[in-house]
Design a protein around this ligand. Structure first.
Ligand code: ZN
Length: 311
């Protein structure tokens, strides 16, 4: 049996896991992300943690497949992180440096892309060859599997699906500096913003008015309980998302859209709303694309990083 490491680098912690070649996790642990001095110690810290775990388990070099890494930023096919704002990285050769520090083979990718790979490979049931993962969290992340392969792009920026324009009339700016991005409506903050705007423009009663402030899950909970205004807000958010999935279908023709991230905890209610809009905007031949909820959860990042070694 051979083993490999899957590593998910976040802004505050690095999640590490040791997998066997059947993708079964044998051990999981975390180390803090040291972002001081532009994150110069992040890779050396990872290297010593990996070496320590390998030697404690008595793993020889020939027992180790390598190290897969997901990093929060643009990462080229060659494993160079062009820009990872949260880590302070600019042009960091993740693959080259980690290979030099450990002697193992290293593959690296963007964290959202890698998490999509982990979700698609790790879920039970149907094996998708063509699927799009949308992670609805603070922002909207994406990852694309096309013809069985993760789509990376010429500059490592493929799959930035949260920044497709869905509202040309928007006046507020997105985090990316542009206006009308999907992320402005379908992320957790997006759902809250959509609800706040509807509230400001109407005298209609809503339980949202009685809350001093509200979160995305408050809006979904009230919508489920039949609050008409909250329902309009989540319906509008999912309509923007459905408009986007129909465009993604035209480009990629996936079998399925997989919805993950904190917002997706709204569950079947969210899935069914999105499926309705997704079908309405799609051409008839693509209206049957499945809309499914993510299964793998937080482990998808490290698992997908490990899967980079197997692809
Ligand atoms: Zn944007």
């Amino acid at each position: 049996m051979r083993y490999g490491f899957g590593i998910d680098i976040g802004g505050t912690t690095v999640k590490l896991a040791l997998y066997d070649e059947d993708r079964v996790p044998r051990e999981k642990w975390e180390i803090p992300t040291d972002t001081s001095e532009n994150g110069v110690r992040i890779l050396p810290d990872i290297a010593s943690s990996v070496r320590e775990h390998a030697s404690r388990r008595g793993l020889e070099s020939s027992d180790v497949i390598g190290i897969g890494v997901g990093a929060p930023g643009f990462v080229t096919r060659e494993g160079v992180a062009l820009r990872c704002v949260n880590l302070g990285w600019q042009n960091v050769d993740v693959k080259g440096e980690l290979e030099r520090l450990t002697g193992y083979r290293v593959e690296a990718g963007n964290d959202a892309n890698v998490a999509a790979l982990g979700e698609i490979r790790g879920r039970s049931g149907k094996r998708y060859r063509d699927a799009v993962m949308l992670t609805l969290g603070t922002g909207v992340g994406g990852g694309i599997l096309s013809d069985g392969k993760l789509v990376i792009g010429a500059r490592g920026i493929a799959g930035e699906l949260g920044h497709v324009t869905v509202e040309p009339e928007e006046t507020a700016c997105c985090n990316c500096g542009r206006k009308g991005c999907l992320e402005q409506y379908a992320s957790a903050t997006g759902v809250v913003n959509v609800a706040s705007r509807i509230l400001r423009g109407t005298d209609e009663p809503s339980a949202l008015c009685s809350l001093p402030s509200f979160s995305c899950s408050d809006v979904f909970d009230l919508a489920k309980e039949g609050d008409a205004l909250a329902f309009r807000a989540v319906d509008r958010s999912m309509e923007y998302l459905g408009k986007a999935t129909a465009q993604f279908s035209l480009v990629l023709d996936p079998e399925a859209f997989i919805i993950g991230g904190g917002v997706s905890h709204a569950g079947e209610f969210l899935r069914a709303l999105l499926e309705k809009h997704s079908r309405n905007y799609a051409i008839p031949e693509q209206a049957g694309a499945e809309v499914v909820l993510a299964e793998v959860g937080n482990a998808a990042g490290a698992l997908g990083a490990f899967c980079l070694l197997q692809d």
